[in-house]
Design a protein around this ligand. Structure first.
Ligand SMILES: NC(=O)c1ccc[n+]([C@@H]2O[C@H](COP(=O)([O-])OP(=O)(O)OC[C@H]3O[C@@H](n4cnc5c(N)ncnc54)[C@H](O)[C@@H]3O)[C@@H](O)[C@H]2O)c1
Length: 466
C-alpha cells in the first residue's frame, strides 16, 4: 500500500515533496493546472526555483510523471497530497478556492475508484476548513463517506523556503490530523519510510492539527519579536549588547537560541499572514489572540521605525545602499521583505536608494525599481553609497572588509542590522559603524540611567557605612 503517490499542486512545496517521495523509491504522479509546470516536471526539470530541486527531479525522473488530469493521477495512485495555494482573503483568513477545486476533481475520481484512497491536505488552512470546507466537497463529488470509504488527513509541513527538501526529509516531527484511525496510521507509516531522521508523529483530530500548524508559526514570530524588543532596549542602555543578552537567554533550555537574534522583523509568504489569520479566527470564535495581534502590529511598524533611526544619522539626499532585498538569505522571494520595506521608506523620505541582493538574477523587482535603483553588483552599490544598510545576514556580505567601503566619501555610515561585521568595521577611521541592538551613545544612555536612579540619599550612605 502507498507505493504510488499523487501530489496535487507542483509549486514550491509540492514539487519538492514529489521529488523527495520519488527519491525514496515511490512512484509519483504530479498534477498541476499550469501546463508549464507539468511540462517541466515531465522533462525532468524543476518547475520552480528551490535549493536542490532541479537535481533531485533529474535524478529521479524515471519515477515522476506529471499531468494536468487529476482523475488520472488519483486512479493511478493510493494516496494524494493536496498542496495548492491557500491565499489570504480580505479578512486575513486562508481562501479554500483552489483547494475546493482540487477536491472536486479528486471527488469525481474517487467515484470511479474501487480501492481505498487517502486524501492528505498539506496546504495551510484554518481550523474547521478540512472537515467543514473540503470533506463535503470530496463526499459530494464521490458519493462516498470520509472515514469509511476513503481516508482524509490534514498534514502540513514545517519547512522554510531555500531548504524545503532538507526540512521535509528531516522534520522535528510529523503532524497528522486524521478523520479516522486508518487514515492517520497509513500516513504515519508512509512518513516513516520517507523521513531521514526517525522523527515521531503527533496524531490528533483535524482541527487540533490545523491549529497546531498556525500556532507554531505564531509562536516563532513572537520569539523573533521578543528578541527585537530586547534589541531596542539594548540600544538605550550603556554598553547595551543584544547578542550578550540573547546568547545567555538561549542557554536556558526552556527558551533555546533559535529565532532569538534581534535583527529586522520577520517577513516572507507564511509568517506574517499566519498571525493575521489567527487573529481573525479568534475574533470569529468570540475570543481573542492578543499576542498574535500585537506581534503583527509591532512587526509591521519596524521598517518605519528603523528608517527614522537611519534618517537621523544620514543627510537628506544622500545615496544609501540597502544590501539584501529578499526576506531572508538564500531565497529570491521578496514577499513582505523588510529590506524592501526599508528601502521604500528611505526613498520616500528623500534619500537616493540603491539596492542589491545576491539572488538578484532570479528576483522579480519591476515594482521596486520604480522607487529605488537596483544595481547588478555589490561593488557598484558600495562605490556610490554614503550610507550602507546590511539588511539580511547573507554570507556574501559577511566577507566585506573595511577597504570595500572606501569610496569618494570621507566617511561611510554602515548600519549593520545583524551585527555580522562588528569585529571588522568598528574603530575604522573612514567608517561610522552602527550595529543594531547595541548602545550607540553610552554617555547619553548612562546619563539617562543615572537620572532614573538619582543621587544616593543620606540614608543610602548611612547604610553603606554601617
Ligand atoms: N512554500 C512554503 O514555504 C510553504 C510552507 C508551509 C506551507 N505552505 C503552504 O503550502 C501551500 C502551497 O504553497 P506553495 O508555496 O507550494 O504554493 P505555490 O504557489 O508555489 O504552488 C501551488 C501550485 O498549485 C497549483 N494549483 C493551483 N490550483 C490547483 C489545482 N486545483 N490542482 C492542481 N494544482 C493546482 C499552482 O498552479 C501552483 O503550481 C500553501 O497553502 C502554503 O501556505 C507553503
Amino acid at each position: 500500500m502507498n507505493e504510488r503517490i499523487s501530489v496535487i499542486g507542483l509549486g514550491k512545496l509540492g514539487a519538492s515533496m514529489a521529488a523527495a517521495f520519488a527519491s525514496r523509491g515511490f512512484e509519483v504522479v504530479g498534477v498541476d493546472v499550469n501546463a508549464r509546470a507539468v511540462d517541466l516536471v515531465s522533462q525532468g526539470r524543476a518547475p520552480v526555483q528551490e535549493t536542490g530541486l532541479d537535481e533531485l527531479i533529474a535524478a529521479n525522473h524515471g519515477r515522476i510523471q506529471a499531468t494536468l488530469d487529476h482523475e488520472n493521477a488519483v486512479l493511478k495512485t493510493d494516496i494524494s497530497f493536496v498542496i495548492v495555494p491557500t491565499p489570504s482573503d480580505e479578512n486575513g483568513a486562508f481562501s479554500l478556492q483552489y483547494a475546493k477545486w482540487a477536491c472536486k476533481e479528486i471527488g469525481r475520481a474517487l467515484a470511479k475508484k474501487s480501492g481505498y484512497h487517502n486524501v492528505v491536505l498539506t496546504s495551510t488552512v484554518l481550523p474547521g476548513a478540512t472537515r467543514y470546507g473540503l470533506i463535503p466537497v470530496l463526499e459530494y463529488g464521490s458519493g462516498k463517506k470520509a472515514g469509511r470509504d476513503f481516508g482524509v488527513c490534514y498534514s502540513p509541513e514545517f519547512i522554510a523556503l531555500g531548504s524545503i527538501i532538507r526540512d521535509f526529509l528531516n522534520p522535528d516531527f510529523t503532524l497528522i490530523g486524521e478523520v479516522d484511525e486508518r487514515s492517520g496510521s497509513q500516513l504515519e507509516a508512509l512518513y516513516s519510510r520517507v523521513v531521514s531522521n526517525a522523527a515521531g508523529s503527533a496524531r490528533m483530530s483535524l482541527e487540533n492539527a490545523e491549529l497546531t500548524k498556525i500556532a507554531i508559526n505564531t509562536f516563532v514570530t513572537t520569539k523573533i519579536t521578543f528578541a527585537n524588543m530586547l534589541s531596542d532596549l539594548c540600544e538605550q542602555i550603556p554598553g547595551g549588547d543584544v547578542d550578550a543578552v540573547t546568547n545567555a537567554l538561549g542557554l536556558d533550555r526552556r527558551i533555546g537560541h533559535r529565532y532569538l537574534t534581534g535583527g529586522t522583523g520577520y517577513g516572507g509568504p507564511c509568517f506574517p499572514r499566519d498571525n493575521v489569520a489567527l487573529t481573525y479566527l479568534a475574533q470569529q470564535l468570540g475570543t481573542s489572540a492578543g499576542i498574535a495581534e500585537v506581534t503583527d502590529q509591532i512587526n509591521r511598524r519596524m521598517p518605519e521605525q528603523l528608517a527614522k533611526r537611519i534618517l537621523a544619522k544620514v543627510r537628506r539626499g544622500a545615496t544609501v545602499a540597502v544590501l539584501g532585498l529578499s526576506y531572508k538569505p538564500h531565497t529570491h522571494v521578496t514577499t513582505e521583505s523588510h529590506g524592501v520595506y526599508l528601502a521604500r521608506e528611505l526613498s520616500r523620505h528623500g534619500l537616493r536608494v540603491v539596492g542589491y541582493d545576491p539572488m538578484l538574477p532570479e528576483m522579480d523587482l519591476d515594482e521596486l525599481r520604480r522607487d529605488i535603483a537596483v544595481l547588478a553588483s555589490l561593488r557598484e552599490c558600495l562605490a556610490q553609497a554614503e550610507a550602507v544598510v546590511l539588511a539580511t545576514p547573507d554570507a556574501e556580505f559577511d566577507s566585506l572588509t573595511a577597504e570595500d567601503f572606501k569610496n569618494e566619501w570621507a566617511s561611510v555610515t554602515v548600519f549593520d542590522l545583524w551585527r555580522r561585521l562588528n569585529v571588522r568595521l568598528s574603530d575604522i577611521p573612514h567608517i561610522q559603524y552602527v550595529p543594531l541592538g547595541n548602545s550607540n551613545d553610552d554617555e547619553a544612555n548612562s546619563a539617562r540611567l543615572k537620572e532614573l536612579w538619582g543621587e544616593p540619599s543620606k540614608d543610602d550612605a548611612a547604610k553603606t557605612t554601617a
